[in-house]
Design a protein around this ligand. Structure first.
Ligand code: ZN
Length: 50
């Protein structure tokens, strides 16, 4: 498991648990159930587990 970056200051920003949900290309926050980024169209990893 990766440890959280101690140099990242979370002062009222986005919760760290959202980090893996961000678009890998533009860091936009994808909408619920989105499979592609609304901003750049990058294919997003499926969050749902079968
Ligand atoms: Zn994007």
């Amino acid at each position: 498991m990766n440890e959280p970056d101690p140099e990242v200051d979370d002062d009222g920003g986005s919760p760290a648990c959202f980090a893996h949900l961000l678009c890998p290309e533009c860091a936009a926050v994808p909408e619920d159930d989105a499979t592609v980024c609304w901003r750049c169209g990058t294919d997003l990893p499926q969050r749902r587990e079968r």
